[in-house]
Design a protein around this ligand. Structure first.
Ligand code: ATR
Length: 286
């Protein structure tokens, strides 16, 4: 990679940011295409977010990703926000358009693309059993509702958070049937029976954690299981799905697809199919 006076700057802000795989993914894509960009990680403490934004503006950055904990905090600091990002209540991609910082959310697009490519799952008319009700769940719900799911069961440890999520979405998606559940396996069994997709949006599965008393035997054979966690590549949830004979995938496809969508917003270039996913899978096993 040759950096010159004309090289355009891309990056990611987060705290911490050192574990992010986005610099690897984007710089490898930049090198593969031979385009004149560089993608840099910036560690920004929460109290410094607005100062960092002012700095990025005057430095003329072309675009950047936003990761934990800034995805919602950045909203008031932007000039314009896409309708998808508004609905998600979070921005993961900013693009400088003329002199405006415009916020997008490509996580939802990434999820839908990965569901289609990795599981051949079409949301339209389906029933989704979603585990979790945090930021990732909200983004997933926004894209799934927009894609025409019929019924969503939100199962969360803290019931009020699930109820808050339903309050946000019920008015906007009147045709979707929302239902709340706990994570209790006895209660979940009935919902597993009706699910076309079981989707984990929580962090459970990382660092060896797992859902207690996990039993997927009530899932029908045609149900698919998606875990947004990608490290480890096979979480206990995915191992149970595999054992039960269900199609399943981890979140690496979503991570790659949200990156592809962000890259396209900044550069106007649609990356070759599979480029980022291959880079990522190699990066994850190293
Ligand atoms: P993110 O932006 O990654 O979604 P978040 O907004 O903090 O992060 O949400 C984390 C989600 O994972 C929540 O649904 C959380 O459940 P609570 O609402 O009860 O906190 C869920 N979660 C995290 N750790 C969990 C655990 N050990 N068991 C069950 N759910 C867990």
């Amino acid at each position: 990679m040759k950096i010159t006076g004309k090289t355009q700057l891309l990056g990611i802000i987060g705290y911490p940011v050192e574990h992010s795989l986005s610099p690897l993914m984007h710089n490898a894509a930049i090198a593969a295409l031979g385009v004149d960009y560089v993608y840099v990680p910036f560690e920004v403490e929460p109290d410094n977010l607005s100062t960092a934004m002012a700095g990025l503006r005057v430095l003329g950055i072309k675009g950047f990703n936003i990761t934990i904990p800034h995805k919602s905090a950045i909203l008031p600091l932007l000039d314009k926000i896409s309708p998808e990002a508004e609905l998600c209540g979070a921005v993961n991609t900013v693009c400088r358009e003329r002199d405006l910082f415009v916020g997008y959310n490509t996580d939802g697009t990434g999820l839908l693309k990965s569901l289609k490519e990795d599981l051949c799952f079409e949301p339209s008319g389906s029933t989704v059993l979603m585990l979790g009700a945090g930021g990732a769940a909200r983004g997933a719900l926004a894209s799934l509702c927009a894609a025409g799911v019929s019924r969503v069961i939100i199962a969360n440890r803290t019931q009020e958070k699930g109820a808050n999520l339903v309050d946000i979405f019920r008015d906007k998606f009147e045709k979707v049937d929302f239902h709340l559940s706990s994570l209790d396996m006895k209660q979940l069994q009935g919902h597993l029976k009706e699910a076309d997709l079981l989707l984990n949006t929580t962090s459970v599965g990382m660092n060896g954690s797992s859902f207690p008393d996990l039993d997927l035997s009530s899932l029908t054979a045609k149900a698919a299981v998606y875990d947004m966690v990608y490290s480890p590549p096979e979480t206990p949830l995915l191992a149970a799905a595999k054992k039960n004979g269900n199609a399943c995938a981890n979140g690496s496809g979503m991570l790659a697809a949200q990156g592809e969508a962000a890259f396209s917003i900044w550069t106007g270039i649609d990356l070759p199919v599979g480029l980022m996913k291959n880079i990522l899978v190699k990066g994850l096993v190293q």
